[in-house]
Design a protein around this ligand. Structure first.
Ligand SMILES: [Zn+2]
Ligand SMILES: [Zn+2]
Length: 266
């Protein structure tokens, strides 16, 4: 297969990233990649102060086009939407306004309660917290379909004050089945996000139980991304992630161009 570009990449335009678009372009060119995919954050209703000041997208598209020309490296412009139920119409309007190549839909907080600061977990046990997270994802896929893949499904396990953060797939199978059923029925996908391998948990999101269930239910659409927030982490874990998918029985991965799916056999 030809080299598969990282499908989840944050640049200096993401408020929580220390990474530079130009450096990614240089690296992508050196590696002979066909394009650079960028998926900066646009979070709706994120309580974290960093996210109060979103990107000026008119400026963003202009800068990215200029950089694309300067480096002779095509840029596919994706976006990672931080979804909030209250903002659904605003999100639709936003996505209709710009010609994105790829849309990742992620749940980054619990209706305004921050995962990162721990607010979300206050007064909740582990099972209840994780269940609540999956409920938010379910609500998202039931009411919103203007996305290509769900971001880092099950990454709630990265947060929370629990000693053992590992969850058992079978404890959440009912709700996960409902999520995956809708995703598959709508011809949408999930991503294999390798960022967890660089953190405390040493795991990809989602875990294998969930990936295997996705396959069993007929799911095919999977993108692979590092979710890098620094240039050093670009492509980190991506080719191993593809090998891993192959070992689980997947035969293809996906990428998106102008919201159209490309299939890459593995
Ligand atoms: Zn995310
Ligand atoms: Zn991300």
């Amino acid at each position: 297969m030809k080299k598969y570009p990282d499908q989840h990449v944050h640049t200096e335009f993401s408020p929580d990233a220390e990474a530079y678009l130009e450096q990614y372009l240089v690296t992508a060119k050196e590696l002979g990649l066909e394009y650079l995919m960028v998926t900066d954050h646009r979070d709706f209703g994120n309580p974290h102060p960093l996210f109060l000041d979103p990107i000026d997208y008119d400026h963003y598209f202009k800068v990215l086009k200029e950089q694309e020309e300067k480096h002779g490296m095509p840029i596919r412009i994706g976006v990672e939407i931080g979804y909030g139920a209250k903002y659904r119409e605003e999100i639709e309007d936003f996505l209709n306004q710009y010609p994105f190549d790829f849309v990742i839909a992620s749940i980054h907080n619990g209706e305004g309660k921050c995962f990162y600061s721990g607010d979300f977990f206050e007064g909740k046990g582990q099972h209840e917290s994780y269940y609540e997270y999956f409920k938010l994802v379910l609500d998202m896929v039931q009411n919103f379909s203007n996305y290509d893949v769900i971001g880092h499904l099950d990454y709630i396990t990265r947060y929370g004050p629990f000693d053992n953060k590992v969850y058992s797939f079978s404890d959440f199978q009912d709700i996960i089945d409902r999520i995956l059923g809708i995703v598959i029925e709508n011809n949408k996908g999930i991503e294999l996000n390798t960022s967890g391998l660089r953190g405390e948990l040493k795991t990809r999101f989602p875990k294998d139980g969930l990936l295997l269930r996705f396959k069993e239910l007929g799911g095919k659409v999977i993108t692979v991304g590092s979710d890098c927030h620094t240039n050093n982490d670009y492509l980190s874990g991506v080719s191993d992630g593809i090998k891993h998918l192959k070992s689980l029985g997947f035969t293809e991965v996906s990428a998106f161009n102008r919201r159209k799916r490309e299939v890459i056999k593995i």
